[in-house]
Design a protein around this ligand. Sequence first.
Ligand SMILES: Cc1cc2nc3c(=O)[nH]c(=O)nc-3n(C[C@H](O)[C@H](O)[C@H](O)COP(=O)(O)OP(=O)(O)OC[C@H]3O[C@@H](n4cnc5c(N)ncnc54)[C@H](O)[C@@H]3O)c2cc1C
Ligand SMILES: *[C@@H]1O[C@H](CO)[C@@H](O)[C@H](O)[C@H]1NC(C)=O
Ligand SMILES: *[C@@H]1O[C@H](CO)[C@@H](O)[C@H](O)[C@H]1NC(C)=O
Ligand SMILES: *[C@@H]1O[C@H](CO)[C@@H](O)[C@H](O)[C@H]1NC(C)=O
Length: 475
Amino acid sequence: MRHLPATLLLLLSSCLQATNASTSKSFLSESLVKKNQVQSVLEHEPAKAPSCHEPPTGPIETTLCDYETVESLNDDLFSNLSDLVKTPFFKYFRVDLYRECPFWHENGLCMNRECSITTVDESEIPEKWRAAALSEVEMPSEDQRKTMPGCYYRDCDFCYLDDMTEGDYVDLSRNPERFTGYIGPSAHRVWNAIYQENCFGIPEINSPTGKTRTHDSFTDPLPQDELESGGGQCLEKKVYYKIISGLHASITTHICAEYFNQTTGEWGPNLDCFANRVAAHPERLQYIYFNTVLLLRAVSRIGPYLSEYDYCSSGTHEEDLETLTKLGKVIDIAQTVGKFDESVLFQGEDADILKDEFKAHFRNVTRIMDCVGCDKCRLWGKVQTTGVATALKILFELDEAALDPKSNLNLLSRSEVVALVTTLYRFSESLHAVNDFRRIWAETNSADASRLIEEVEKATTPSRVCPSHLSVGLT
Ligand SMILES: Cc1cc2nc3c(=O)[nH]c(=O)nc-3n(C[C@H](O)[C@H](O)[C@H](O)COP(=O)(O)OP(=O)(O)OC[C@H]3O[C@@H](n4cnc5c(N)ncnc54)[C@H](O)[C@@H]3O)c2cc1C
Ligand SMILES: *[C@@H]1O[C@H](CO)[C@@H](O)[C@H](O)[C@H]1NC(C)=O
Ligand SMILES: *[C@@H]1O[C@H](CO)[C@@H](O)[C@H](O)[C@H]1NC(C)=O
Ligand SMILES: *[C@@H]1O[C@H](CO)[C@@H](O)[C@H](O)[C@H]1NC(C)=O
Protein backbone atom coordinates (compact mmCIF):
# COMPACT_ATOMS: atom_id res chain seq x y z
CA MET A 1 0.00 0.00 0.00
CA ARG A 2 1.38 3.37 -0.84
CA HIS A 3 1.94 5.87 1.87
CA LEU A 4 -1.28 7.70 2.69
CA PRO A 5 -0.84 11.39 3.22
CA ALA A 6 -1.95 13.14 6.33
CA THR A 7 -5.29 14.57 5.60
CA LEU A 8 -6.47 11.66 3.64
CA LEU A 9 -6.14 9.65 6.78
CA LEU A 10 -8.14 12.27 8.49
CA LEU A 11 -10.78 11.75 5.85
CA LEU A 12 -10.63 8.06 6.27
CA SER A 13 -10.30 8.03 9.95
CA SER A 14 -13.92 7.49 10.80
CA CYS A 15 -13.92 4.41 8.62
CA LEU A 16 -10.77 3.05 10.08
CA GLN A 17 -12.33 2.74 13.49
CA ALA A 18 -9.31 3.93 15.27
CA THR A 19 -8.35 1.75 18.14
CA ASN A 20 -5.56 3.59 19.85
CA ALA A 21 -7.30 6.91 20.24
CA SER A 22 -7.02 6.82 23.98
CA THR A 23 -3.46 8.09 23.95
CA SER A 24 -4.67 11.63 23.38
CA LYS A 25 -7.29 13.43 25.38
CA SER A 26 -7.59 16.26 22.91
CA PHE A 27 -10.97 16.77 21.34
CA LEU A 28 -9.05 16.64 18.10
CA SER A 29 -8.37 12.96 18.47
CA GLU A 30 -10.41 10.62 16.40
CA SER A 31 -12.76 9.06 18.89
CA LEU A 32 -15.81 11.13 19.59
CA VAL A 33 -15.72 13.07 22.80
CA LYS A 34 -18.63 11.76 24.81
CA LYS A 35 -18.12 13.40 28.17
CA ASN A 36 -17.48 16.99 29.14
CA GLN A 37 -17.63 18.08 25.53
CA VAL A 38 -17.85 21.76 26.32
CA GLN A 39 -14.85 21.64 28.64
CA SER A 40 -12.80 19.58 26.24
CA VAL A 41 -13.27 22.17 23.54
CA LEU A 42 -12.89 25.25 25.70
CA GLU A 43 -9.96 23.99 27.71
CA HIS A 44 -8.04 22.67 24.74
CA GLU A 45 -4.68 24.36 24.32
CA PRO A 46 -3.97 25.06 20.69
CA ALA A 47 -0.64 23.72 19.51
CA LYS A 48 2.12 26.29 19.23
CA ALA A 49 4.05 24.18 16.80
CA PRO A 50 3.22 21.09 14.87
CA SER A 51 4.21 18.27 17.18
CA CYS A 52 5.18 15.92 14.42
CA HIS A 53 7.80 16.67 11.84
CA GLU A 54 8.56 13.13 10.85
CA PRO A 55 6.42 11.19 8.45
CA PRO A 56 3.48 10.32 10.64
CA THR A 57 2.92 6.75 11.64
CA GLY A 58 -0.78 6.23 11.90
CA PRO A 59 -4.19 7.74 11.45
CA ILE A 60 -4.52 9.22 14.91
CA GLU A 61 -1.17 10.92 15.03
CA THR A 62 -1.51 12.04 11.48
CA THR A 63 -4.82 13.67 12.05
CA LEU A 64 -3.64 15.40 15.16
CA CYS A 65 -0.56 16.47 13.35
CA ASP A 66 -2.60 18.07 10.63
CA TYR A 67 -4.93 19.88 12.96
CA GLU A 68 -2.06 21.00 15.10
CA THR A 69 -0.23 22.39 12.13
CA VAL A 70 -3.31 24.44 11.32
CA GLU A 71 -3.52 25.60 14.92
CA SER A 72 0.09 26.58 15.09
CA LEU A 73 -0.09 28.61 11.88
CA ASN A 74 -3.55 30.07 12.21
CA ASP A 75 -2.48 33.36 13.78
CA ASP A 76 -0.18 34.08 10.84
CA LEU A 77 -2.75 32.87 8.37
CA PHE A 78 -5.50 34.94 9.94
CA SER A 79 -3.48 38.15 10.14
CA ASN A 80 -2.30 37.90 6.55
CA LEU A 81 -5.76 37.05 5.27
CA SER A 82 -7.29 39.91 7.26
CA ASP A 83 -5.08 42.32 5.33
CA LEU A 84 -5.61 40.60 2.02
CA VAL A 85 -9.40 40.70 2.13
CA LYS A 86 -9.30 44.46 2.63
CA THR A 87 -7.61 45.02 -0.73
CA PRO A 88 -9.86 46.25 -3.55
CA PHE A 89 -9.56 43.09 -5.56
CA PHE A 90 -10.78 40.89 -2.74
CA LYS A 91 -13.33 43.03 -0.99
CA TYR A 92 -15.79 43.42 -3.85
CA PHE A 93 -17.97 40.47 -4.63
CA ARG A 94 -20.48 40.47 -7.41
CA VAL A 95 -23.70 38.86 -6.41
CA ASP A 96 -27.38 38.81 -7.24
CA LEU A 97 -29.18 38.99 -3.95
CA TYR A 98 -32.65 39.16 -5.35
CA ARG A 99 -33.24 35.98 -7.23
CA GLU A 100 -36.36 34.11 -6.42
CA CYS A 101 -36.09 30.98 -4.36
CA PRO A 102 -36.62 28.28 -6.99
CA PHE A 103 -37.86 25.67 -4.57
CA TRP A 104 -40.58 26.63 -2.18
CA HIS A 105 -42.16 29.98 -2.80
CA GLU A 106 -45.35 28.16 -3.68
CA ASN A 107 -46.45 27.73 -0.11
CA GLY A 108 -46.01 31.35 0.71
CA LEU A 109 -43.09 31.10 3.06
CA CYS A 110 -41.74 34.55 2.74
CA MET A 111 -38.23 35.20 1.62
CA ASN A 112 -37.73 38.80 2.48
CA ARG A 113 -35.75 39.98 5.41
CA GLU A 114 -38.79 41.24 7.29
CA CYS A 115 -40.28 37.88 7.94
CA SER A 116 -37.84 35.97 10.04
CA ILE A 117 -38.80 35.35 13.60
CA THR A 118 -36.49 37.07 16.02
CA THR A 119 -35.20 36.42 19.49
CA VAL A 120 -37.06 39.29 21.06
CA ASP A 121 -40.34 41.13 20.73
CA GLU A 122 -39.19 43.81 18.37
CA SER A 123 -42.03 46.23 18.90
CA GLU A 124 -40.29 47.55 21.99
CA ILE A 125 -36.81 48.10 20.61
CA PRO A 126 -35.30 50.81 18.40
CA GLU A 127 -35.60 50.19 14.69
CA LYS A 128 -31.87 49.99 14.09
CA TRP A 129 -31.66 47.05 16.53
CA ARG A 130 -34.29 45.02 14.75
CA ALA A 131 -33.51 42.02 12.57
CA ALA A 132 -34.59 43.87 9.43
CA ALA A 133 -31.90 46.50 9.99
CA LEU A 134 -29.23 43.98 11.01
CA SER A 135 -29.91 41.89 7.92
CA GLU A 136 -29.61 44.70 5.44
CA VAL A 137 -26.76 44.76 2.95
CA GLU A 138 -25.08 48.09 2.35
CA MET A 139 -24.61 48.78 -1.34
CA PRO A 140 -21.61 50.80 -2.56
CA SER A 141 -22.03 54.46 -3.41
CA GLU A 142 -21.42 55.92 -6.86
CA ASP A 143 -17.95 57.03 -5.77
CA GLN A 144 -16.98 53.61 -4.58
CA ARG A 145 -18.24 52.12 -7.79
CA LYS A 146 -15.61 54.01 -9.78
CA THR A 147 -12.75 52.26 -8.02
CA MET A 148 -14.12 48.79 -8.55
CA PRO A 149 -12.26 46.11 -10.41
CA GLY A 150 -13.65 44.63 -13.58
CA CYS A 151 -15.05 41.17 -13.67
CA TYR A 152 -15.87 38.43 -16.05
CA TYR A 153 -18.08 35.46 -15.83
CA ARG A 154 -17.15 31.88 -16.39
CA ASP A 155 -18.79 28.62 -15.64
CA CYS A 156 -18.10 27.04 -12.30
CA ASP A 157 -18.37 23.32 -11.92
CA PHE A 158 -19.63 22.95 -8.41
CA CYS A 159 -21.73 26.06 -8.14
CA TYR A 160 -23.94 28.46 -9.98
CA LEU A 161 -22.25 31.78 -10.29
CA ASP A 162 -24.54 34.72 -10.45
CA ASP A 163 -24.63 35.86 -14.00
CA MET A 164 -22.59 38.84 -15.05
CA THR A 165 -25.58 40.68 -16.36
CA GLU A 166 -27.32 40.54 -13.05
CA GLY A 167 -26.25 41.35 -9.58
CA ASP A 168 -24.26 44.06 -7.97
CA TYR A 169 -20.89 44.51 -6.42
CA VAL A 170 -21.00 44.39 -2.66
CA ASP A 171 -18.18 45.57 -0.45
CA LEU A 172 -17.74 42.60 1.85
CA SER A 173 -15.65 44.56 4.32
CA ARG A 174 -18.59 46.85 5.01
CA ASN A 175 -21.03 44.00 5.51
CA PRO A 176 -19.49 41.75 8.13
CA GLU A 177 -20.99 38.35 8.67
CA ARG A 178 -22.44 38.35 12.18
CA PHE A 179 -25.63 38.11 14.18
CA THR A 180 -28.65 39.27 12.20
CA GLY A 181 -31.56 37.90 14.20
CA TYR A 182 -32.47 35.51 11.36
CA ILE A 183 -33.85 32.47 13.15
CA GLY A 184 -36.86 30.22 13.14
CA PRO A 185 -38.62 28.08 10.53
CA SER A 186 -37.29 29.95 7.49
CA ALA A 187 -33.66 29.43 8.55
CA HIS A 188 -34.32 25.85 9.58
CA ARG A 189 -35.95 25.08 6.29
CA VAL A 190 -32.88 26.20 4.43
CA TRP A 191 -30.48 24.22 6.61
CA ASN A 192 -32.79 21.27 6.31
CA ALA A 193 -32.69 21.45 2.51
CA ILE A 194 -28.90 21.72 2.55
CA TYR A 195 -28.48 18.60 4.68
CA GLN A 196 -30.97 16.83 2.49
CA GLU A 197 -28.51 17.23 -0.37
CA ASN A 198 -26.36 14.81 1.55
CA CYS A 199 -28.80 12.10 0.59
CA PHE A 200 -27.33 11.07 -2.70
CA GLY A 201 -26.01 8.01 -4.34
CA ILE A 202 -27.04 4.50 -3.85
CA PRO A 203 -30.04 3.15 -1.89
CA GLU A 204 -31.27 5.90 0.31
CA ILE A 205 -34.02 5.49 2.78
CA ASN A 206 -33.60 1.93 3.91
CA SER A 207 -31.93 1.57 7.22
CA PRO A 208 -30.10 -1.63 8.05
CA THR A 209 -33.10 -2.73 10.06
CA GLY A 210 -35.22 -2.45 6.96
CA LYS A 211 -37.32 0.31 8.45
CA THR A 212 -38.03 3.24 6.22
CA ARG A 213 -37.12 6.51 7.76
CA THR A 214 -38.39 9.86 6.74
CA HIS A 215 -36.27 12.94 6.88
CA ASP A 216 -38.22 15.91 7.99
CA SER A 217 -37.03 17.11 11.32
CA PHE A 218 -33.99 18.14 13.23
CA THR A 219 -34.99 15.82 16.00
CA ASP A 220 -33.85 12.78 14.11
CA PRO A 221 -30.56 12.12 15.81
CA LEU A 222 -27.70 10.29 14.26
CA PRO A 223 -26.82 7.58 16.74
CA GLN A 224 -23.38 8.33 18.08
CA ASP A 225 -22.14 4.92 17.06
CA GLU A 226 -23.20 5.52 13.51
CA LEU A 227 -21.41 8.81 13.45
CA GLU A 228 -18.32 7.16 14.77
CA SER A 229 -18.28 4.19 12.50
CA GLY A 230 -19.47 6.15 9.54
CA GLY A 231 -22.50 3.92 9.27
CA GLY A 232 -21.00 2.05 6.36
CA GLN A 233 -21.15 5.04 4.11
CA CYS A 234 -18.82 5.76 1.31
CA LEU A 235 -15.99 8.16 1.89
CA GLU A 236 -17.39 10.79 -0.42
CA LYS A 237 -20.64 11.10 1.47
CA LYS A 238 -18.81 11.51 4.70
CA VAL A 239 -16.70 14.20 3.14
CA TYR A 240 -19.83 15.90 1.92
CA TYR A 241 -21.33 15.83 5.39
CA LYS A 242 -18.18 17.18 6.99
CA ILE A 243 -18.08 20.04 4.52
CA ILE A 244 -21.69 21.05 5.19
CA SER A 245 -21.62 20.56 8.93
CA GLY A 246 -18.30 22.41 9.16
CA LEU A 247 -19.64 25.31 7.14
CA HIS A 248 -22.71 25.45 9.35
CA ALA A 249 -20.53 25.38 12.48
CA SER A 250 -18.33 28.13 11.10
CA ILE A 251 -21.31 30.37 10.35
CA THR A 252 -22.63 29.68 13.85
CA THR A 253 -19.24 30.58 15.33
CA HIS A 254 -19.32 33.95 13.58
CA ILE A 255 -22.82 34.60 14.87
CA CYS A 256 -21.78 33.75 18.43
CA ALA A 257 -18.53 35.71 18.19
CA GLU A 258 -20.30 38.85 17.01
CA TYR A 259 -23.54 38.53 18.80
CA PHE A 260 -25.97 41.40 19.18
CA ASN A 261 -28.03 41.72 22.29
CA GLN A 262 -31.22 43.24 20.91
CA THR A 263 -32.33 44.34 24.38
CA THR A 264 -29.22 46.28 25.29
CA GLY A 265 -27.97 47.14 21.81
CA GLU A 266 -24.50 45.75 22.51
CA TRP A 267 -22.26 43.72 20.24
CA GLY A 268 -19.95 41.12 21.71
CA PRO A 269 -19.04 37.45 21.97
CA ASN A 270 -21.69 35.20 23.47
CA LEU A 271 -20.16 32.23 25.24
CA ASP A 272 -23.51 30.54 25.91
CA CYS A 273 -24.23 30.61 22.20
CA PHE A 274 -20.88 29.04 21.32
CA ALA A 275 -21.04 26.45 24.11
CA ASN A 276 -24.52 25.30 23.15
CA ARG A 277 -24.19 25.29 19.44
CA VAL A 278 -20.59 24.33 18.75
CA ALA A 279 -18.56 23.28 21.80
CA ALA A 280 -21.22 20.81 22.93
CA HIS A 281 -20.58 19.01 19.64
CA PRO A 282 -16.79 18.77 19.34
CA GLU A 283 -17.02 17.08 15.96
CA ARG A 284 -18.50 20.29 14.54
CA LEU A 285 -15.35 22.12 15.47
CA GLN A 286 -13.30 19.30 13.96
CA TYR A 287 -15.17 19.87 10.71
CA ILE A 288 -14.20 23.53 10.79
CA TYR A 289 -10.59 22.33 10.82
CA PHE A 290 -11.46 19.91 8.09
CA ASN A 291 -12.79 22.65 5.81
CA THR A 292 -9.80 24.83 6.62
CA VAL A 293 -7.42 22.11 5.49
CA LEU A 294 -9.50 21.44 2.39
CA LEU A 295 -9.41 25.12 1.39
CA LEU A 296 -5.71 25.40 2.20
CA ARG A 297 -5.02 22.42 0.01
CA ALA A 298 -6.93 24.05 -2.83
CA VAL A 299 -5.05 27.33 -2.38
CA SER A 300 -1.79 25.43 -2.28
CA ARG A 301 -2.62 23.54 -5.47
CA ILE A 302 -3.71 26.66 -7.30
CA GLY A 303 -0.86 28.72 -5.79
CA PRO A 304 1.23 29.21 -8.95
CA TYR A 305 -1.88 30.15 -10.86
CA LEU A 306 -2.97 32.65 -8.19
CA SER A 307 0.48 34.21 -8.27
CA GLU A 308 0.05 34.88 -11.98
CA TYR A 309 -3.51 36.04 -11.74
CA ASP A 310 -4.34 39.47 -13.09
CA TYR A 311 -4.95 41.75 -10.13
CA CYS A 312 -4.24 44.79 -12.34
CA SER A 313 -7.82 45.75 -12.48
CA SER A 314 -7.57 46.61 -8.81
CA GLY A 315 -6.06 50.02 -9.54
CA THR A 316 -2.48 51.19 -9.09
CA HIS A 317 0.65 49.14 -9.41
CA GLU A 318 1.63 49.59 -5.77
CA GLU A 319 -1.69 48.21 -4.72
CA ASP A 320 -1.20 45.23 -6.96
CA LEU A 321 2.16 44.53 -5.49
CA GLU A 322 0.75 44.69 -2.00
CA THR A 323 -2.04 42.31 -2.91
CA LEU A 324 0.49 39.90 -4.39
CA THR A 325 2.81 40.05 -1.40
CA LYS A 326 0.05 39.29 1.04
CA LEU A 327 -1.31 36.59 -1.15
CA GLY A 328 2.17 35.11 -1.37
CA LYS A 329 2.31 34.68 2.40
CA VAL A 330 -1.07 32.97 2.41
CA ILE A 331 0.07 30.62 -0.34
CA ASP A 332 3.26 29.86 1.62
CA ILE A 333 1.23 28.90 4.65
CA ALA A 334 -1.15 26.88 2.51
CA GLN A 335 1.79 24.95 1.10
CA THR A 336 2.93 24.06 4.60
CA VAL A 337 -0.47 22.99 5.88
CA GLY A 338 -2.51 22.02 2.89
CA LYS A 339 -1.17 18.51 2.54
CA PHE A 340 -4.01 16.41 1.34
CA ASP A 341 -4.37 13.77 -1.29
CA GLU A 342 -7.56 14.46 -3.12
CA SER A 343 -6.78 11.79 -5.68
CA VAL A 344 -8.12 9.14 -3.34
CA LEU A 345 -11.65 10.38 -3.61
CA PHE A 346 -13.80 9.40 -6.55
CA GLN A 347 -11.73 6.36 -7.41
CA GLY A 348 -14.06 3.39 -7.14
CA GLU A 349 -16.08 1.65 -9.81
CA ASP A 350 -18.90 4.19 -9.70
CA ALA A 351 -16.51 7.09 -9.37
CA ASP A 352 -17.83 9.10 -12.28
CA ILE A 353 -21.45 8.71 -11.32
CA LEU A 354 -20.65 9.59 -7.77
CA LYS A 355 -18.69 12.64 -8.78
CA ASP A 356 -21.50 13.88 -11.01
CA GLU A 357 -23.93 13.47 -8.16
CA PHE A 358 -21.64 15.14 -5.69
CA LYS A 359 -21.35 18.03 -8.10
CA ALA A 360 -25.06 18.24 -8.83
CA HIS A 361 -25.88 18.25 -5.16
CA PHE A 362 -23.34 20.82 -4.21
CA ARG A 363 -24.54 23.00 -7.03
CA ASN A 364 -28.02 22.68 -5.69
CA VAL A 365 -26.77 23.92 -2.34
CA THR A 366 -25.56 27.08 -4.02
CA ARG A 367 -29.04 27.45 -5.54
CA ILE A 368 -30.69 26.94 -2.16
CA MET A 369 -28.88 30.08 -1.04
CA ASP A 370 -31.49 32.04 -2.96
CA CYS A 371 -33.98 30.84 -0.36
CA VAL A 372 -32.20 32.36 2.62
CA GLY A 373 -34.59 34.93 4.07
CA CYS A 374 -32.07 37.52 5.19
CA ASP A 375 -30.03 39.56 2.75
CA LYS A 376 -26.78 39.60 4.64
CA CYS A 377 -27.01 35.90 5.45
CA ARG A 378 -27.71 35.18 1.80
CA LEU A 379 -24.71 37.24 0.75
CA TRP A 380 -22.37 35.29 3.03
CA GLY A 381 -24.05 32.03 2.23
CA LYS A 382 -23.31 32.66 -1.44
CA VAL A 383 -19.73 33.73 -0.86
CA GLN A 384 -18.94 30.68 1.25
CA THR A 385 -20.70 28.04 -0.81
CA THR A 386 -19.01 29.47 -3.91
CA GLY A 387 -15.68 29.36 -2.06
CA VAL A 388 -16.07 25.73 -1.09
CA ALA A 389 -17.35 24.88 -4.57
CA THR A 390 -14.26 26.49 -6.06
CA ALA A 391 -12.01 24.46 -3.76
CA LEU A 392 -13.80 21.28 -4.82
CA LYS A 393 -13.38 22.21 -8.45
CA ILE A 394 -9.67 22.83 -7.95
CA LEU A 395 -9.24 19.52 -6.16
CA PHE A 396 -11.42 17.26 -8.24
CA GLU A 397 -11.83 18.75 -11.70
CA LEU A 398 -8.52 20.16 -12.68
CA ASP A 399 -5.43 18.22 -13.55
CA GLU A 400 -1.90 19.55 -13.37
CA ALA A 401 -1.91 20.67 -16.98
CA ALA A 402 -5.06 22.69 -16.48
CA LEU A 403 -3.48 24.43 -13.50
CA ASP A 404 -0.65 25.81 -15.59
CA PRO A 405 -1.05 29.59 -15.45
CA LYS A 406 0.72 30.02 -18.77
CA SER A 407 -1.52 27.83 -20.81
CA ASN A 408 -4.77 28.31 -19.00
CA LEU A 409 -4.98 31.84 -17.76
CA ASN A 410 -8.76 32.00 -17.63
CA LEU A 411 -9.20 29.01 -15.44
CA LEU A 412 -10.97 30.75 -12.60
CA SER A 413 -13.29 33.70 -12.68
CA ARG A 414 -12.68 36.63 -10.41
CA SER A 415 -15.69 35.64 -8.31
CA GLU A 416 -14.20 32.23 -7.73
CA VAL A 417 -10.82 33.61 -6.70
CA VAL A 418 -12.43 36.10 -4.33
CA ALA A 419 -14.79 33.51 -2.88
CA LEU A 420 -12.02 30.96 -2.35
CA VAL A 421 -9.77 33.34 -0.45
CA THR A 422 -12.59 34.97 1.47
CA THR A 423 -14.01 31.61 2.54
CA LEU A 424 -10.61 30.50 3.78
CA TYR A 425 -10.55 33.74 5.74
CA ARG A 426 -13.96 32.95 7.25
CA PHE A 427 -12.80 29.54 8.48
CA SER A 428 -9.53 30.92 9.76
CA GLU A 429 -11.49 33.56 11.61
CA SER A 430 -13.66 30.89 13.20
CA LEU A 431 -10.58 29.14 14.58
CA HIS A 432 -9.36 32.48 15.81
CA ALA A 433 -12.69 33.18 17.50
CA VAL A 434 -12.62 29.82 19.27
CA ASN A 435 -9.44 30.95 21.02
CA ASP A 436 -11.24 34.07 22.18
CA PHE A 437 -13.99 31.89 23.63
CA ARG A 438 -11.33 29.84 25.41
CA ARG A 439 -10.02 32.99 27.05
CA ILE A 440 -13.52 34.04 28.10
CA TRP A 441 -14.13 30.56 29.49
CA ALA A 442 -10.89 30.67 31.47
CA GLU A 443 -12.06 33.92 33.05
CA THR A 444 -15.52 32.66 33.87
CA ASN A 445 -16.02 32.04 37.58
CA SER A 446 -16.87 28.52 38.62
CA ALA A 447 -20.48 29.23 39.54
CA ASP A 448 -21.23 30.68 36.11
CA ALA A 449 -19.27 27.89 34.49
CA SER A 450 -21.30 25.15 36.15
CA ARG A 451 -24.54 26.95 35.39
CA LEU A 452 -23.52 27.13 31.74
CA ILE A 453 -22.58 23.45 31.61
CA GLU A 454 -25.86 22.51 33.23
CA GLU A 455 -27.81 24.57 30.73
CA VAL A 456 -25.95 23.12 27.79
CA GLU A 457 -26.59 19.59 29.00
CA LYS A 458 -30.29 20.30 29.16
CA ALA A 459 -30.53 22.08 25.84
CA THR A 460 -28.30 20.24 23.40
CA THR A 461 -30.00 19.36 20.14
CA PRO A 462 -28.72 16.57 17.95
CA SER A 463 -26.82 17.17 14.75
CA ARG A 464 -28.72 17.28 11.53
CA VAL A 465 -28.17 14.22 9.42
CA CYS A 466 -29.44 12.60 6.36
CA PRO A 467 -31.23 9.32 6.96
CA SER A 468 -28.95 7.75 4.40
CA HIS A 469 -26.31 7.82 7.07
CA LEU A 470 -28.15 4.78 8.24
CA SER A 471 -28.24 3.08 4.91
CA VAL A 472 -25.73 0.81 3.33
CA GLY A 473 -23.69 2.92 0.98
CA LEU A 474 -20.98 2.13 -1.48
CA THR A 475 -18.18 0.11 -0.13
C1 LIG B 1 -26.95 29.98 4.60
C2 LIG B 1 -27.33 30.59 5.93
C3 LIG B 1 -26.60 31.69 6.37
C4 LIG B 1 -26.91 32.28 7.59
N1 LIG B 1 -26.20 33.38 8.00
C5 LIG B 1 -26.52 33.98 9.16
C6 LIG B 1 -25.82 35.16 9.60
O1 LIG B 1 -24.92 35.67 8.92
N2 LIG B 1 -26.20 35.72 10.76
C7 LIG B 1 -27.20 35.19 11.54
O2 LIG B 1 -27.47 35.74 12.60
N3 LIG B 1 -27.87 34.09 11.15
C8 LIG B 1 -27.57 33.47 9.99
N4 LIG B 1 -28.26 32.36 9.61
C9 LIG B 1 -29.19 31.73 10.54
C10 LIG B 1 -28.42 30.78 11.49
O3 LIG B 1 -27.60 29.90 10.74
C11 LIG B 1 -29.34 29.91 12.35
O4 LIG B 1 -30.24 29.22 11.53
C12 LIG B 1 -30.10 30.71 13.38
O5 LIG B 1 -29.19 31.44 14.18
C13 LIG B 1 -30.95 29.80 14.29
O6 LIG B 1 -30.08 28.92 14.98
P1 LIG B 1 -30.56 27.62 15.71
O7 LIG B 1 -29.97 27.63 17.09
O8 LIG B 1 -32.04 27.47 15.62
O9 LIG B 1 -29.86 26.41 14.97
P2 LIG B 1 -29.45 26.32 13.44
O10 LIG B 1 -28.04 26.81 13.28
O11 LIG B 1 -30.50 26.90 12.59
O12 LIG B 1 -29.40 24.75 13.22
C14 LIG B 1 -30.60 23.99 13.08
C15 LIG B 1 -30.39 22.59 13.64
O13 LIG B 1 -29.37 21.92 12.89
C16 LIG B 1 -28.54 21.13 13.74
N5 LIG B 1 -27.16 21.67 13.65
C17 LIG B 1 -26.72 22.88 14.05
N6 LIG B 1 -25.42 23.04 13.74
C18 LIG B 1 -25.03 21.90 13.13
C19 LIG B 1 -23.81 21.47 12.57
N7 LIG B 1 -22.72 22.26 12.55
N8 LIG B 1 -23.75 20.23 12.05
C20 LIG B 1 -24.85 19.43 12.02
N9 LIG B 1 -26.03 19.80 12.53
C21 LIG B 1 -26.13 21.02 13.07
C22 LIG B 1 -29.12 21.26 15.13
O14 LIG B 1 -30.03 20.18 15.29
C23 LIG B 1 -29.89 22.57 15.07
O15 LIG B 1 -30.94 22.59 15.98
C24 LIG B 1 -27.97 31.76 8.38
C25 LIG B 1 -28.70 30.67 7.92
C26 LIG B 1 -28.41 30.09 6.70
C27 LIG B 1 -29.22 28.93 6.22
C1 LIG C 1 1.97 36.84 7.79
O1 LIG C 1 2.68 35.61 7.74
C2 LIG C 1 4.06 35.70 8.06
C3 LIG C 1 4.65 34.31 7.94
O2 LIG C 1 4.39 33.81 6.66
C4 LIG C 1 4.25 36.26 9.46
O3 LIG C 1 5.63 36.43 9.73
C5 LIG C 1 3.51 37.59 9.59
O4 LIG C 1 3.59 38.03 10.92
C6 LIG C 1 2.05 37.40 9.21
N1 LIG C 1 1.23 38.57 9.41
C7 LIG C 1 1.27 39.71 8.69
C8 LIG C 1 0.31 40.79 9.09
O5 LIG C 1 2.00 39.89 7.75
C1 LIG D 1 -32.47 20.75 -4.91
O1 LIG D 1 -32.95 21.16 -3.63
C2 LIG D 1 -34.37 21.32 -3.57
C3 LIG D 1 -34.71 21.87 -2.21
O2 LIG D 1 -34.36 20.98 -1.19
C4 LIG D 1 -35.07 20.01 -3.89
O3 LIG D 1 -36.47 20.20 -3.86
C5 LIG D 1 -34.61 19.53 -5.25
O4 LIG D 1 -35.16 18.26 -5.52
C6 LIG D 1 -33.09 19.45 -5.32
N1 LIG D 1 -32.69 19.12 -6.67
C7 LIG D 1 -31.66 18.31 -6.94
C8 LIG D 1 -31.34 18.10 -8.38
O5 LIG D 1 -31.02 17.75 -6.06
C1 LIG E 1 -29.02 40.88 26.88
O1 LIG E 1 -28.61 41.66 27.97
C2 LIG E 1 -29.48 41.56 29.11
C3 LIG E 1 -29.02 42.59 30.13
O2 LIG E 1 -27.64 42.45 30.36
C4 LIG E 1 -29.45 40.14 29.62
O3 LIG E 1 -30.32 40.00 30.75
C5 LIG E 1 -29.90 39.20 28.51
O4 LIG E 1 -29.79 37.85 28.95
C6 LIG E 1 -29.04 39.39 27.27
N1 LIG E 1 -29.60 38.60 26.19
C7 LIG E 1 -28.89 37.72 25.48
C8 LIG E 1 -29.61 36.99 24.40
O5 LIG E 1 -27.71 37.52 25.69
